[in-house]
Design a protein around this ligand. Structure first.
Ligand SMILES: NC(=O)c1ccc[n+]([C@@H]2O[C@H](COP(=O)([O-])OP(=O)(O)OC[C@H]3O[C@@H](n4cnc5c(N)ncnc54)[C@H](O)[C@@H]3O)[C@@H](O)[C@H]2O)c1
Length: 451
């Protein structure tokens, strides 16, 4: 099938490379010339496990450009541009509007297209995009068959390729049978798992075939917000209990394991720590509350999840203050900048909050991240931190070291060398990533969250 992807970020690039790997002819379009040039040269522009391999394998089926080609004949156009927050929390659809307008301007007479909102967009956006395209086509006097569908994306950064090839479900909201049938066909190899797994992304054992959820555009749009609001709430729930666990002398890791084994609850997203970050949970919880407000309906549960998350980040600062007493003049090392392990994404990363709060209190910051330091230098050129090439180098002269990102490699750190490099002995594990035993054995004072 012919596929055009508008926006080659985490979602567009991963989805498009997977579709090219499956044999579709994919045109990737992005406004950023440098991104397009690097992709055309075969270089991934984001850090995702398995991405380089499927990009290479699907290369003959991939074209990269900065403008949309003429859209003729039959095909699918996926809009995967950003939808950041406006000041009132509502989703800013300006990138979607521009993309839809540009798509409409390239549609040729007689084309038969399904245009898909892959971006996370508020309810009514499919109809909104449909209106933009219809008006534009009418103004140009072009007659074409265009169906607009909603196909929300549920991938998690750090495992984006895996989630795209082996999703839990595929949700397609459409108000026409044509759109539903074309997208069912596009995703058939994933739904039926008929492809050979690429190197680097093996098919999980005992994988259940993902269901195809065909629904209305409104239900599909709300599904995405409900999913993210639920996941954010689950994390905030365990974080709320983590502080209570500390107060009463319980261990939240054991509590989480014990409740997570209840199949009604489930063990995922029950890790207490510094709270969630990333490009999605913050903006999507804000957007869903704005949606509620526009219907004169308050959503106190989602609001509480957001408030608990803010408090949890500051709780880490409070813990440092509690142990070090005076923060002014201390040197604090941060292990990790990315909002979570296995990604280079810094959007709404808890590390950024820590850097701001601690430097305001007069602390000097040294930081390490295996992948995200280049992004930090590029996107936040004024961060008041010293970048360090290794964990031990970072620990030099530190009064405390904080594990901020759950990078698996931080479990393998040489804690004896870390202890020797430090001035103090506090290791604050703000992700509950480490086993306290080896850390304590190295002479460090291990402090976790809720344990
Ligand atoms: N990142 C995630 O984990 C994730 C997961 C699920 C859903 N989503 C949603 O998917 C959407 C995209 O997220 P992302 O993280 O991939 O964003 P991103 O910021 O990484 O990428 C968006 C890309 O779109 C490009 N772009 C913007 N306007 C354009 C236009 N008119 N033409 C061509 N290119 C254009 C930008 O240059 C950018 O490269 C958002 O709505 C997000 O909420 C993201």
């Amino acid at each position: 099938m012919r596929v055009t992807i508008i926006g080659t970020g985490y979602v567009g690039l991963t989805t498009g490379t997977a579709l090219a790997y499956l044999g579709n002819e994919v045109t990737f379009v992005d406004k950023k010339r440098d991104v397009v040039e690097r992709l055309a040269a075969g270089m991934p522009t984001i850090h995702e496990s398995g991405l380089a391999e499927i990009m290479a394998a699907g290369r003959l089926h991939s074209t990269f450009r900065t403008d949309i080609p003429e859209l003729t004949g039959e095909g699918v156009v996926l809009i995967a541009v950003g939808t950041p927050s406006k000041d009132d929390g509502d989703a800013d659809l300006s990138f979607v509007d521009v993309a839809a307008t540009e798509v409409a301007d390239r549609i040729q007479p007689g084309a038969r297209l399904v245009v898909v909102n892959k971006s996370t967009v508020p309810v009514g956006s499919a109809r909104h995009v449909n209106g933009i395209i219809a008006r534009r086509l009418a103004a140009r006097g072009v007659s074409a068959e265009v169906h607009v569908a909603s196909n929300p994306e549920f991938l998690a950064e750090g495992r984006a390729v895996h989630d795209t090839l082996y999703p839990d479900r595929i949700v397609v909201g459409s108000d026409t049978q044509v759109a539903r049938a074309m997208l069912r066909e596009l995703y058939a190899p994933i739904l039926e798992q008929t492809f050979d797994p690429p190197p680097g992304s093996p098919r999980p054992e005992r994988l259940e075939l993902p269901p195809f959820i065909g629904t209305t555009t409104t239900s599909a749009e709300l599904t995405k917000y409900a999913a993210n609001a639920f996941l954010a709430t689950k994390i905030s729930f365990i974080n709320e209990f983590s502080v209570l666990a500390e107060k009463v002398g319980a261990d939240i890791v054991e509590v989480a394991r014990a409740i997570g084994l209840d199949s009604r609850i489930g063990s995922k997203f029950l890790n207490a720590g510094i709270g969630w970050g990333g490009s999605c949970f913050g903006k999507d919880t804000a957007a869903v509350m704005a949606l509620g407000t526009s219907y004169d309906y308050q959503m106190p549960l989602v609001r509480a999840a957001v408030d608990v998350n803010k408090r949890q980040r500051l709780y880490v600062v409070e813990k440092l203050q509690h142990h070090l007493k005076v923060l002014r003049g201390t040197t604090i090392g941060l292990l990790g900048l990315a909002f979570k392990g296995n990604t280079d994404d810094l959007r709404d990363a808890p590390a950024l909050t820590l850097i701001r709060e601690l430097s305001q209190r007069g602390a000097v910051l040294r930081v390490h991240d295996p992948i995200a330091m280049d992004n930090a230098r590029r996107h936040f050129p004024d961060l008041p931190v010293e970048y360090c090439a290794s964990e031990v180098e970072m620990a030099r002269g530190c009064d405390a070291v904080v594990v901020v990102t759950d990078w698996p490699q931080y479990r393998q750190v040489d804690f004896a060398a870390l202890a020797q490099a430090m001035r103090g002995d506090l290791l604050l594990d703000a992700r509950n990533l480490l086993q306290p035993g080896p850390v304590t054995a190295a002479g460090l004072n291990y402090v976790g969250i809720g344990r």
